[in-house]
Ligand binder design. Structure first.
Ligand SMILES: Nc1ncnc2c1ncn2[C@@H]1O[C@H](COP(=O)(O)OP(=O)(O)OP(=O)(O)O)[C@@H](O)[C@H]1O
Ligand SMILES: [Mg+2]
Length: 394
C-alpha cells in the first residue's frame, strides 16, 4: 500500500517536473520573442519594416497558443482565446489590428511574466528534487510517513498553470462579446432551421394529406350526385372515399411523427430509443445513465431536447445501417448536470462526410438551434462516433 503511494508521488512529481521544464524551455523562447518584438516595434516606428509587426504578432500568438494548450492539458479545462483577425485588409489595417488588439497586450503581459516565473519555478524544481529524495526518503523510510516535499512539485506546476491561465484568459467583456456572437449565430441557425422545418411541414401537408383530402372531397361530391341515379356507383365512390380518408390520416400521422414522435410521449426517451434500436436491423446496445426507462414525467428533459436527441439517434442508426456495413452499433444516453449527452457509434468502415448528404447536416442544424454541440469522428476504417451535447435544465 505504502509502495504504491510512493510510486504515485514519484510519478506525479515526474509529470509536474516535465511541465516545469517545458515551461523553462518556453521562457527561453520568450527571450527570443521579446527581442523580435522590440525589433518589429522599432521597424514599425521607422515605417520601413511595418510589415514585420503583424507577422511577429502572429508568431507571438502561436507561442501563447502553445502555452494555452499546455495549461489546458495540465488543468484539464480549455483556455479560450480571442484575437482580432490579422490577415484581412491592407498592410496599414493589419498593422493597426496587430498594435491595437487587446489580445496582443494580454500575450505580451504573459510573455514578460513567463520570462521570470518559467525559469524561477524550474530552478525551484531542481532544488526540490534532491532535497525531496533525501528528506522524504528518510521521512518515509524511518518515520513511515507520507512524503512531504516531492508533492510540492505538483503545487509548483499547478501554480504555473494557474498564473498562465489568469494572464492569457480574455477579459470578461471579450468573453461576453464572444458569447453574444455565438448566441447570435445559433439564433440565426434556429430561425433558419425553424423556417426550413415549416417549409418541410407545409410540403408534407401539401403533397400528402391535402392531395388526399381534395380527391376525397371530389369523390364525395360525385357520390352525392350519383346517389339517386346509380346507388351502386355511389357506394363504390364512397368506398374509395373511405380509403382516401384513411390514407390522408396515415399521411397526417407521418407528418405529426416528424414534428414530435408520439413514441416519445408514450415510452419516454429511453423507450423510444430502444424502439428505434429494435427496428434498425442491427444489433444495437442501448445504455442509459440517470434517465428514467419509461415515461417518467418528473425527470424528463424538455420536449424539444428529447425530440432532438431522438432524431440524432434515428439518423445515427439509419446511417449505420445504410452506409457503415457494420453489424453492431450502440447508443448511450447520459444525463449530465446541465445537459443531455447522446453518443451513437457503429463498428463499420467509417468515412462519414457531412458534406455528402443532408442527414448529418440536419443533425448539426437541429442541435445548434438548441445551443448544443455535435462531434463527429469517422476515420477511414472506422469506427464512426457521433457525440451530441444538448444543454438543458432538468
Ligand atoms: N455511419 C457511417 N458509416 C460510414 N459512412 C457514413 C456513415 N454515416 C454517414 N456516412 C457517409 O456520409 C455521407 C453523409 O451522410 P448523411 O447522413 O449526411 O447523408 P445520407 O445518409 O447519404 O442521406 P440522408 O440525407 O438521407 O441522411 C453518407 O452518404 C455516407 O457516405
Ligand atoms: Mg443519413
Amino acid at each position: 500500500m505504502r509502495r504504491v503511494t510512493v510510486r504515485q508521488v514519484l510519478r506525479s512529481a515526474g509529470r509536474a517536473s516535465l511541465h516545469l521544464v517545458t515551461g523553462a524551455g518556453l521562457s527561453l523562447v520568450c527571450y527570443l520573442m521579446i527581442g523580435l518584438m522590440l525589433v518589429a516595434a522599432t521597424a514599425t516606428v521607422t515605417v520601413i519594416g511595418a510589415g514585420m509587426l503583424p507577422e511577429t504578432v502572429r508568431a507571438l500568438r502561436g507561442l501563447a497558443g502553445f502555452e494555452r494548450r499546455r495549461t489546458a492539458a495540465w488543468l484539464g479545462s480549455p483556455v479560450p482565446e480571442k484575437y482580432l483577425p490579422l490577415d484581412q485588409g491592407s498592410l496599414l489595417e493589419r498593422v493597426r489590428a496587430a498594435g491595437t488588439d487587446p489580445g496582443t497586450y494580454r500575450d505580451l503581459r504573459w510573455l514578460a511574466a513567463q520570462l521570470l516565473y518559467g525559469l524561477v519555478l524550474c530552478y525551484a524544481a531542481m532544488v526540490l528534487w534532491p532535497l525531496g529524495l533525501l528528506v522524504d526518503g528518510a521521512w518515509c523510510g524511518l518515520a513511515r510517513r507520507t512524503p512531504v516535499l516531492l508533492p510540492r512539485l505538483t503545487d509548483l506546476a499547478d501554480f504555473q498553470a494557474r498564473i498562465s491561465r489568469l494572464l492569457l484568459l480574455p477579459s470578461p467583456s471579450a468573453r461576453l462579446s464572444e458569447r453574444i456572437d455565438q448566441l447570435a449565430a445559433t439564433r440565426a441557425g434556429a430561425v433558419a432551421a425553424h423556417g426550413a422545418e415549416l417549409r418541410r411541414i407545409e410540403r408534407d401537408l401539401h403533397d400528402g394529406a391535402q392531395a388526399h383530402l381534395v380527391a376525397l372531397s371530389m369523390r364525395l361530391g360525385l357520390a352525392r350526385r350519383a346517389y339517386d341515379r346509380d346507388p351502386t356507383a355511389a357506394r363504390s365512390l364512397l368506398d374509395t372515399a373511405q380509403d382516401q380518408a384513411e390514407e390522408a390520416l396515415a399521411e397526417l400521422r407521418h407528418v405529426v411523427r416528424g414534428i414530435h414522435p408520439p413514441v416519445l410521449t408514450d415510452r419516454g426517451l429511453v423507450g423510444a430509443v430502444r424502439a428505434l434500436a429494435a427496428g434498425s436491423g442491427l444489433e444495437v446496445t442501448v445504455v442509459a445513465h440517470g434517465l428514467a426507462d419509461g415515461p417518467g414525467y418528473e425527470s424528463r428533459a424538455p420536449a424539444a431536447v428529447e425530440a432532438a436527441a431522438y432524431f440524432v439517434v434515428a439518423e445515427g442508426l439509419t446511417n449505420a445501417a445504410k452506409h457503415s456495413g457494420a453489424e453492431r452499433a450502440g447508443v448511450e444516453l447520459r444525463r449530465a448536470e446541465r445537459a443531455l449527452r447522446v453518443r451513437v457509434w457503429d463498428e463499420g468502415r467509417g468515412g462519414a462526410d457531412e458534406s455528402a448528404g443532408s442527414g448529418l447536416l440536419g443533425v448539426r442544424r437541429r442541435v445548434a438551434a438548441l445551443d448544443g454541440t455535435v462531434c463527429l469522428t469517422s476515420p477511414s476504417g472506422g469506427p464512426t462516433v457521433v457525440e451530441v451535447e444538448l444543454p438543458c435544465v432538468w
